[in-house]
Design a protein around this ligand. Sequence first.
Ligand SMILES: [Zn+2]
Length: 413
Amino acid sequence: MGEMTRCARGIALAIGVALALFTAGCGGDDDKSGDRSPVSGESRSADAGDSLSPLIVSAVQPAVPFKGSAGKYLVSYELRLFNATPLTLTPSRVSISTPDGAVVRKLGRKDIAAALALPSTRSGVRQLGEAQRATLYLTLDFEDRSDIPDRLVHRIAVTNERLAGGRAVSAAASVKVAKDFDVPVLGPPLQAGRGYIAADSCCFSERHRRALLAIGNGQWLAQRFAVDWEQIDSSRRFVKRGGDPAKPADYTIYGQRAIAAADAKVVQVIDGLRDQTPGALPQGVTLPEADGNAVVARLDDGLYMLYAHLQRGSIKVKKGDEIKRGDLIGLVGNSGNTSAPHLHFHVMDGPSALTSEGVPYVIDEFATRGRLRSTAVFDKYENTTTPFDIVRFDGDADNDDELPLDLTVDDFK
Ligand SMILES: [Zn+2]
């Protein structure tokens, strides 16, 4: 099998030899195009086959573009990084370009650290140890849809003093951009009202966007584009004035009507779970109970909507029902793995809220009035009667076919 096999053995036999190989390269592969493995049928040659790769970079899903409520087109996707060396590698540069080499974006160390996550640490990761894997969460914005390339090509530089020149660059990793995929155009998931808060929405909050779950022999990110809908009252409070933050019914959002965001067929209903006491995440909630009382419904295009944390006994639909846009689904509650009443809503590519992949969608009509200052402020005052400051929104408040972005204050008609 030639040079590459001998290189791989070098790593196994002696780290010192392997380091020499990282620094010296591995000699060229002869032209083997057309060679296929008699075992797997896979091609036995790779485009970048003339040196060892300290860092292996792989695409996860195609990136699906959509319009966000700030008016720009977004692609938000992930790469998996694997440190194939015995060294500690520091990612120092991510270059993202079009297939013909035009630079789309460059990330330096600080941006990379903000985007790089481990299971224990959802941001702020600066180094990868021996054989460590991590996920790089990327979000790019474009003024016009026509500016979005069909593919995005990534090269990641890593540093370690024992690499040749102290640095190495990964082979190119290409992510397909599914520009021809029509994201679902939905109505609001909640009744008409003012002051809904799109908590933990795309793209830089971590609780949904980076909620990568290992289940079976796979990793899944069903909540990739989820929103936790909460609501402020006319005095900008989550918990009503004079209310008790430990009582679900004293939250502005509690009891609001969750409605069908589109025509759909109900495929799963979970009911019977009581409201949790707000203030902290409950102990002992099992994975199947995490969504609380919940409804999953299949859209005409084969995608699925999830409504989670509804009030016990409030769900008005049953499995097999064909529902129409605007139909009452149930009332917002605080069941499942939740620390405050809210509606968790997302769209996914399968019926399981755990083993599916989150897909972006847009809402056809809503108005964005502003934004809460930060996730830290949100967390500080979520379970209080303290009024929120709202950063007023400068742009066009009326949104057509856009995804409500993180912490926006939105009105539904
Ligand atoms: Zn949620």
